[in-house]
Structure formats: structure tokens, C-alpha cells
Ligand binder design. Sequence first.
Ligand code: TMP
Length: 251
Amino acid sequence: MTRRKKIYEGKAKILYEGPEPGTLIQYFKDDATAFNAQKKAVLEGKGVINNRISEYVMTRLGAIGVQNHFIKRLSLREQLIKEVEIIPLEVVCRNIAAGSLATRLGLPEGQALPRSIIEFYYKDDKLNDPMVTEEHITAFNWASTQEIDDMLAMTLRVNDFLSGLFGAVGITLVDFKIEYGRIFEGDFSRVILADEISPDSCRLWDSATNEKLDKDRFRRDLGNVIESYTEVAKRLGIMKDMPRVIEGGVS
Ligand code: TMP
């Protein structure tokens, strides 16, 4: 496992060649970055928690028919995934005003939105992931109109399901970012959910107190980042799978 070929290294994850064609190994790092990597830290144990939370969320989504890349957990920080051709878009879905939407439109953070809003950002760190419209996406061939429709429909299903999943354990799903990829079946390709779903990529607020339980704790120097991610895992009932993180002894 240690001599695998590295396919891609991002800010929080590494992709290695998988054991069979069409598979990859997704490794979750402890590295945290914000503001396009201007702010950096190593948060010990984050990779382990995100590996497990993403597994849990993807598995639950798979069970309601939201196809995704997750195959199985391999180790504390690694999961086997389907190889996809990543669509170069970050798909953001928002239920409550926060972050860049609150800033851009001058909305108070915490204000409920009239309805869920989906936005697309073009994945390009050099350009700081600019927001784009469907016009840009089709004109530059990043995705077809059919793929955009599929992503919109899947994102709303993900939002509804995850709002319920987190809501049931006293967590409000404020917003989240997901990514999609293509898998090829003969001449056809299908869009499936890829990347990760974790407190790095969602805003999660305690429903009773509005306390932030996500990466905003790191972005805004609020402290207790790992404690908050651990709280999310605990509430989801998956902490029992990670005894070494609770003890703080993850290497
Ligand atoms: P934003 O309010 O900063 O645009 O973020 C919207 C959601 O997307 C929030 O849940 C955090 C997530 N996100 C990422 O996962 N990666 C990113 O690079 C950015 C900017 C946001």
C-alpha cells in the first residue's frame, strides 16, 4: 500500500491508484486550508474523522439511490472509490444565509433563505474558484445541459436528505459544497457524486444554540475545530468506529 502511485494531491486529500482499473484510493490528510490556502494548519485527527463522516454520509445517500463514488473504507484515513472524470465545478447549496452569500448580498448570517439556492463555482485555484452560471458551463463545455439538470436534481435530493439526517441529531445544515464526476459505461456517461461530504465542506450549526460545528471554526479562529468535528461524528452515532481519535492518539 505504501508504494502506490500518486494520481493527484489536493489541499485536504490525496488520490492514489486503486487496486483495480476504475478504482482509486482517497486518502484524507490532516491539513486544513482556508481562503484558497492563504491560511494553513495541520489539525491532528481531521483526516480520520472526515474519512469516516464522508463514508457514512455517502453510504446513506447511496441507500436512497444517490449514486456516488464510495466503495469501502480501507483504513483510518483511506477509502476505496470509483474513478471518475471530475466535472470542474463546485456545486454549493444553501438553506440559510452565511459565508460568501451573506457577504455578497449583505444578508445577516443566519437568515433563512426563501428557498434553497444552488450556485456553481468553477474549480480553479489560480482564479479563486469564481462563481459561474449555466451559460458559462455550457459555453466552455465544462458540463452539458443534461449534466447540469442531473446535478441540480441530485443536489436538491442530497440537500433534502442531509437536512433530515443532520436535523434528526440536532444539527442544522446551513449550506454545503459537493462535486460530481462522470463514470463511463460504454458510449454513455453518468454523473455521480464524488469528492467528500464532511464538516470541511458543509456549514453545520447546533440547532439549539447555533454554535458552529464545521470548518468556519478554523476559518474564523473560533478554536475547538477537532472537538466540533468529533461532536458531529458522535451525534451521527459513528464515533465508536474511531476510538483512537477520541483518545487523541492518532498518528
Ligand atoms: P462560501 O459561503 O464560502 O461560498 O461556502 C459555501 C459552502 O461551501 C460552505 O459550506 C463551505 C463550502 N466550501 C468548500 O467546501 N470549499 C471551498 O473552497 C469554499 C469556498 C466553500
